[in-house]
Design a protein around this ligand. Structure first.
Ligand SMILES: Nc1ncnc2c1ncn2[C@@H]1O[C@H](COP(=O)(O)OP(=O)(O)OP(=O)(O)O)[C@@H](O)[C@H]1O
Length: 677
């Protein structure tokens, strides 16, 4: 292809491009008779955010008024560079993008998911197409070389906020960059190499946070401005007062790109030396803990129905602080640099600066009235900036990990993953294991301190969970009356608690998120006991929590009838700060589905002995008066010793002859089209 555009053609293209760049999205409003959408509420991941390693958390919010101009100027300059080099047969952008432009969307767009959908169908292909043209000026079309999409999570409960959208490049089966049309021939080898490095480095680029089209959302975005007036951001961690945990993260701390297409504002105010999390914990007085625990205790004495309605679940309203904490945490999880906050007609963009743990936020703007720059131009700049940033970070990381010629410099041990996995490290530091069984001892303890130590998590302070139900595996040595509710004390000695360290995420279902965990128990005489092969299933919302409490009751019933081959349950625990409940059980190994020999097929394999044992367990379950209602390969497990287990009894029914009995809001077996096996 040649560079043959005449001056007139360049002018025509330039004018046409300018019209497209100044297109703004249509104004969205709720029809007078439409139900208002849910205002933004706190999602379950807020529980996890409290456990992020302290060097990755947010410490300060700063205004960044010039960000919008920096991005759009970069887009403008790059477009000017390439415009005269476009192929002769170029279709005008206004024609190429007409199908994506709607002056008025024909559906009611109210929820964050609908806003994301609208963006993906209209603005993303236009901005992505223009950004692609800048990267591949010789391509004959205006198509995207990358995707913008929302990754729908397993838990689809709406809560007025969605942070699951990002940019990503498609990959083929071998993990290489997947391109369409003439993108493969027109992409320069250097760019392809850079993008291959990006794919190997990160899957998701950028964080988009959508909030429902409500006044509350707009107020939240406006309220973010106030955060930049504070010297530090008060990152909310667990309120448990605990001796400071020694922080070694199990993964490398990421760095910023060596250079970016924006210039960060300078500040004279250095960030406060003490970390917000530490100072917060130290300053938390015993009286505030007491208030929290007394409040909780009173609730526990009330009627279960009242409790269910009133105990704080993860559905409380967001504040500007909690919104920013959530968005920052998402950016840490995906290691993205830029965050977009969008509530339909208004938006802010932000830059996450890793080194200073600062979020730089733009002004709040009305996206339907953007002028100089227009919204499209700004977002073209936003896409390019994020892709260039990912390229620069991927390159820098690669250079750092390549072998050095000189090994004079000592490695930065803080940033480097220790070679041992967390549980081994833990073990190495502990005293000799005692012969006493750790979970037997744990069955006598009512306070569980839950730490997270995997991926980006290294709890600055553990979450405190109080025992809600007895251990089903070991008889507690203290005999307790039915309905016994453990008292909540002001403070605990470490030998009165048991600690659970979550070391991985192993599964995720409609009821809960399932984690691998290790228990650690201090004895009165100073020994430490360890139980490695545990699983903790966490549930956050009302309905899943109801199902998990029901699951516990089913296990209790099976235990009373002597049924084996189901998880050994060590108790159900409630988060003292509200929001989460945890079921602690043994690790039942691998599911039949995950252990199937040919992963390309759904067919699973069982030996005759395993089949016999599963049939036997199921027979015993039925004889105990329980129907599972969800028998499938994902719920049949074999542990490392070859022992078989049937798990996931949250849909099970006790006394199934009572047909009319319903669990929760509906009949889950019917809803899933499943029948009792
Ligand atoms: N005790 C256990 N030991 C090991 N892995 C487990 C255990 N319990 C659950 N898992 C893993 O976690 C996954 C999800 O667990 P589970 O099915 O109990 O969750 P759920 O939220 O109830 O899911 P569903 O939507 O199927 O009801 C399981 O498929 C399994 O891989």
């Amino acid at each position: 292809m040649s560079n043959n555009l005449s001056e007139n053609a360049v002018l025509k293209l330039q004018n046409d491009l300018n019209t497209v760049l100044s297109w703004n999205p249509p104004f969205l409003e709720r029809a007078a008779d439409a139900e208002p959408p849910l205002p933004p509420g706190t999602p379950p991941q807020a529980f996890y955010n409290k456990h992020i390693y302290e060097k990755l958390i947010l410490r300060r919010v700063m205004p960044f008024g010039s960000l919008v101009n920096d991005l759009s100027n970069m887009a403008q300059a790059q477009l000017e560079c390439i415009i005269a080099r476009l192929p002769l047969d170029s279709v005008l952008p206004s024609e190429a993008f007409t199908e994506f432009r709607e002056d008025r969307p024909d559906m009611e767009i109210l929820t964050p998911e609908e806003l994301a959908e609208l963006y993906s169908k209209s603005l993303a292909p236009i901005c992505g197409g223009l950004a692609t043209k800048i990267m591949l000026p010789q391509t004959s079309n205006w198509d995207n070389a990358f995707e913008w999409a929302r990754w729908a999570p397993a838990d689809k409960t709406p809560n007025g906020m969605d942070d699951n959208s990002c940019i990503f490049f498609l990959q083929d089966e071998s993990g290489k960059l997947r391109l369409f049309g003439d993108h493969s021939e027109t992409m320069k080898p250097k760019l392809r190499e850079d993008l291959e490095q990006v794919i190997a480095f990160t899957l998701k680029i950028g964080t988009w946070v959508f909030l429902s089209l409500t006044e509350e959302s707009q107020e939240l975005l406006a309220g973010m401005g106030g955060l930049s007036l504070r010297e530090t951001f008060e990152y909310s961690a667990c309120k448990t007062i605990y001796p400071a945990s020694i922080g070694i993260l199990s993964r490398t701390i990421p760095h910023d790109a060596p250079s970016n297409p924006w210039t960060l504002p300078t500040t004279n105010a250095p960030i406060s030396v003490s970390s917000p999390v530490c100072s917060f914990l130290m300053m938390t007085s015993y009286s505030s803990i007491r208030t929290l625990t007394v409040f909780f205790e009173r609730q526990r004495l009330l009627h279960p129905e009242w409790l269910e309605k009133n105990i704080p679940h993860y559905s409380t309203s967001l504040t500007p602080d909690s919104l920013v904490q959530l968005a920052w945490a998402k950016a840490v999880e995906t290691d993205s640099t830029m965050i977009v906050f969008n509530c339909g007609n208004h938006e802010r963009i932000a830059v996450r600066h890793r080194e200073t743990q600062t979020l730089y936020i733009s002004e709040l703007y009305d996206i339907t009235k953007c002028e100089n720059p227009g919204y499209i131009k700004l977002h073209v700049g936003l896409y390019l900036a994020q892709i260039y940033d990912a390229i620069a970070r991927a390159k820098a990381t690669r250079q750092q990990t390549e072998p050095r010629r000189s090994s004079r410099k000592r490695p930065n041990t803080e940033d480097i993953t220790p070679s041992l996995p967390p549980t081994k490290r833990l073990k190495r530091n502990l005293e000799k294991l005692s012969s006493q069984r750790p979970m037997e001892l744990a069955s006598q303890r009512d306070m569980m301190l839950l730490h997270m130590q995997y991926d980006i998590y290294h709890s600055p302070a553990p979450a405190s969970f109080i025992r809600a139900t007895p251990c089903l595996t070991h008889k507690t040595m203290t005999v307790r009356k039915a309905g016994y509710v453990p008292p909540i004390k002001r403070s605990y000695e470490i030998h009165e608690c048991f600690e659970v360290i979550i070391t991985s995420q192993i599964g995720r279902g409609a009821t809960g998120i399932v984690h691998g965990a290790t228990a650690r128990l201090a004895t009165k005489d100073g020994k430490t006991l360890i139980e490695e092969n545990l699983v903790v299933k966490l549930a956050f919302r009302k309905q899943p929590q109801r199902r998990m409490r029901h699951e516990y009751e089913v296990y209790k019933h099976l235990m009373e009838h002597g049924v084996t081959g189901v998880p050994r349950v060590y108790g159900l625990f409630e988060d003292l700060e509200g929001g989460a409940i945890a079921l602690v059980m043994n690790n039942c190994g691998q599911t039949l589905y995950d252990s199937r020999p040919d992963k390309t097929k759904t067919r699973t394999f069982v030996t005759p002995a395993q089949r016999k044992r599963f049939t036997e367990i199921l027979g015993n379950v039925h004889r105990a008066g329980v129907r599972h209602y969800d028998i499938r390969a994902e719920n049949l497990m074999i542990d490392s010793a070859g022992e078989a287990f049937i798990v996931d009894f949250d849909r099970a029914r006790l006394n199934p002859e009572r047909r009319e009995e319903k669990l929760g809001d509906g009949n889950p077996a019917k809803a899933h089209g499943r029948h009792p096996p």
